[in-house]
Design a protein. Structure first.
Length: 254
């Protein structure tokens, strides 16, 4: 784990210490994303079936890993944003153990997203996911692509953009159709679903579900890992991201 974080943070010892601290601390401070998210739980197995979070097998010529994120259930009643975010970070947990590319490209496919899905992604739930991304993994993200975006994607963007740091905001690209991604990512990397040469999303998802099972011991161990903030020598200082500490539920987003 330490070696992985050192590589991810360009061997900066101080940055690595901070990221490792946040890696464990946020499991305590943001339980909505981490508690009851073990892949072996029945509801999380359903999440893995219906929500594709798939790091593609081949890397780009720049050495970046492309990850496709695509909920496939068009019924908003079956969508829980915290379960979805939890599944995303379960996949990232595996990648920390075995995959260290030069960067990440995230592709969010909104084909089956209804307005009801987006309305469930409240400012607080999105903020908490962004906290984890920026406090632990932000140095990896080189581009974010939204594809198959509906007209009401503006609702989500109005929540998301103010929460992202300027660097990530500049790397967020919105496309109405899926074929636009072929202009950004090589065909040989993309799944058949997008006109690429790789296995289909369904086939790749089955492989990743098997990998989640292979790491079951790790997820069981993580269930027990929490920090005791009372023992921290210096209390966490509120900042633009951890400003929720102690009063997060009072967060307002215009």
């Amino acid at each position: 784990m330490i070696i992985s974080f050192l590589i991810l943070n360009k061997f900066s010892i101080e940055t690595t210490k901070l990221k490792l601290d946040m890696y464990y601390t946020l499991r305590t401070l943001i339980p909505e994303i981490y508690e009851n998210k073990n892949p072996r739980l029945p509801h999380m197995k359903k999440v893995a079936d219906k929500n594709y979070v798939i790091p593609l097998p081949k890397i780009t010529k720049e050495g970046y890993r492309v990850t496709i994120l695509k909920p496939t259930d068009d019924n908003p009643d079956n969508f829980d944003p915290y379960d979805f975010f939890g599944h995303c970070y379960n996949i990232i947990e595996i990648r920390i153990q075995e995959d260290i590319p030069f960067g990440d490209v995230l592709v969010y496919d909104f084909q089956f997203f209804k307005k009801g899905h987006i309305l469930k992604m409240t400012p607080i739930s999105v903020k908490k996911s962004v906290i984890v991304l920026e406090k632990v993994f932000s140095n990896r993200v080189k581009a974010i692509h939204f594809i198959n975006t509906p007209s009401y994607i503006d609702i989500l963007l109005a929540i998301l953009r103010p929460l992202l740091k300027p660097k990530l905001n500049k790397r967020l690209h919105v496309h109405q159709k899926s074929d636009a991604i072929l202009k950004c990512i090589s065909k040989d990397i993309l799944p058949k679903d997008y006109g690429g040469d790789e296995l289909s999303l369904f086939e790749l998802n089955e492989l990743w579900k098997n990998k989640l099972s292979e790491y079951q011991d790790r997820f069981d161990a993580l269930d027990k890992m929490r920090t005791n903030e009372k023992l921290r020598p210096t209390p966490l200082v509120n900042d633009e991201i951890l400003g929720f500490h102690g009063n997060f539920k009072k967060l307002n987003v215009d």
